[in-house]
Design a protein around this ligand. Structure first.
Ligand code: NDP
Ligand code: HSE
Length: 429
């Protein structure tokens, strides 16, 4: 029997408790291990969460779990940096294994947590920290261990994907879609983390560290969220045969790594474009295995609880204790490529006056910066007034793109700041 204590009885805490209580028999049948929920800590222990919790399990006192000698595994599900970090360190120093879904904490302060676990010969499980119910941590640590990972593309924030899907499919307003995601329990306590791309970057830092053997590099990730996307760009992307997704991208290129999070246009025919709503997908290319794709619910009480419980089971049945340090170590300090040096295809939406000669002035500047045009579409006609002029490019260097747009936006025929979105897919001939 393994005794478990949960700190944080919110969305994920409730899902985890429900699985431990309702699926305890199934888990025991499969593993021979009885998981016993001995304590649940929360500030509010009166609210009905729809589960029958045995008498004496709920408590407001965190020390009832952290300092209880009978508890083997502490599950941290309060989120945020503090006091979550202190709780985790105290549990580890008390010789307890820890399971957490707290990607913000691991991405930014994971080094100290994994070192403390190693010092105390205990484990830190974090399957739930990336892509909710998809077992992507196990895939990267175990299933693909034989590979050099070449690239990862992920839709790994359920809230942003939910919002983009609602905006694309039903024209729903951004803030209404965000409110719905919050009600459904997908969003972080501070939803800015979701919509600004920060949560995606936390998860990318963890996946990149596991995949490339680099230290956790959250502070080196280029991050853009979905807040500046307009319904107009979503519509134009659709007309051009693309979907816009918030992608996490990690690539190993010539001994350097690219780490970036930003809205990306992906051809509608690609499988990952069809990943909608709260669903997540992670596409991993390994040198031996080739292309692989993992798909499932990226947020919510039960999918995330499923990942939490899988870590508890792993800890319970694995004789050899893993701190995680053997994966998230400092094996290779690869340089993270500067964003200006990356290459991509681009979508530009110029707000240009509808008059002769405008396109040639814009294309002249693009040409000066080695940016070659793949397609041009003028949306509508309004002689003398500003209209959207959409351009798709061939591959170009980001530094050149930014310099060209700065120059173009100073033209007297350009009425507003140019919108740009990076484009993935096959390059047009
Ligand atoms: P919730 O806000 O729903 O739950 C957190 C719970 O912890 C709340 O009941 C909160 O109480 C309580 N709490 C906060 N601080 C303390 C404290 N100091 N002592 C006791 N109780 C406390 O969050 P989630 O369940 O959504 O998220 C938990 C963690 O899981 C986060 O790290 C999140 O990033 C991660 N995660 C969430 C997913 C999701 O789908 N929601 C998916 C994957 C990971 P109060 O409400 O009073 O603050
Ligand atoms: N807020 C996160 C999301 C929760 O929307 O993906 C899952 O990590």
């Amino acid at each position: 029997m393994v005794n478990v204590g949960i700190i944080g009885f919110g969305t994920v805490g409730t899902g985890t408790a429900r699985i431990l209580i309702e699926n305890g028999d199934v888990i025991e049948e499969k593993t021979g291990i009885r998981l016993n929920l001995l304590g649940i800590v929360d500030r509010d222990i009166e609210r009905d969460r729809g589960i029958d919790i045995p008498h004496g399990v709920l408590t407001r006192e965190v020390s009832d779990v952290l300092d209880n000698p009978d508890i083997d595994v502490v599950v941290e599900l309060i989120g945020g940096i503090q006091p979550a970090k202190d709780f985790i360190l105290r549990a580890l120093n008390n010789g307890k294994h820890v399971v957490t879904a707290n990607k913000a904490l691991l991405a930014t302060e994971g080094g100290e947590i994994f070192e403390t676990a190693a010092r105390n010969s205990v484990s830190v499980g974090f399957e739930a920290a990336v892509a909710g119910g998809i077992p992507i941590i196990k895939v990267l640590k175990e299933g693909l261990v034989a590979n050099k990972v070449l690239s990862i593309y992920g839709i790994i924030n359920g809230t942003s994907n939910f919002i983009l899907t609602k905006m694309t499919e039903s024209g729903m307003d951004f803030s209404d879609a965000l409110s719905e995601a919050q009600v459904l329990g997908y969003a972080e306590a501070n939803p800015a983390l979701d919509i600004e791309g920060v949560d995606t970057a936390h998860k990318l830092a963890i996946m990149a560290s596991l995949s490339f053997g680099i230290p956790l590099s959250y502070d080196k990730i280029h991050i853009e969220g979905i807040t500046t996307l307009t319904p107009q760009d979503i519509e134009f992307a659709g007309e051009l045969g693309y979907k816009i997704k918030l992608l996490a991208i990690a690539k190993s290129v010539n001994g350097e790594v690219e780490l970036r999070v930003h809205p990306t246009m992906i051809p509608e025919s690609y499988l990952i474009s069809k990943v909608d709503g709260v669903l997540n997908a992670v596409y991993v290319v390994g040198d031996a295995v080739g292309e692989t794709l993992y798909y499932g619910r990226g947020a919510g009480d039960m999918p995330t609880g499923s990942a939490v419980v899988s870590d508890i089971v792993d800890i319970a049945r694995d004789g050899t204790v893993s701190s995680g340090m053997e994966y998230i170590g400092k094996r290779r300090d690869l340089k993270v490529k500067a964003m200006g040096d990356i290459e991509s295809m681009y979508y530009f939406r110029f707000t240009a006056l509808d008059r002769p000669g405008v396109l040639s002035r814009i294309s002249g500047i693009l040409g000066d910066y080695n940016i070659s045009i793949a397609a041009v579409i003028q949306k509508g006609r309004q002689v003398g007034a500003a209209v959207p002029l959409v351009v798709l490019t061939h591959r170009a260097r980001e530094r050149d793109v930014r310099a060209a747009l700065q120059e173009i936006d100073r033209l007297d025929v350009v009425a507003d700041r140019t919108a740009f979105i990076r484009v993935e897919g096959e390059e047009a001939p």
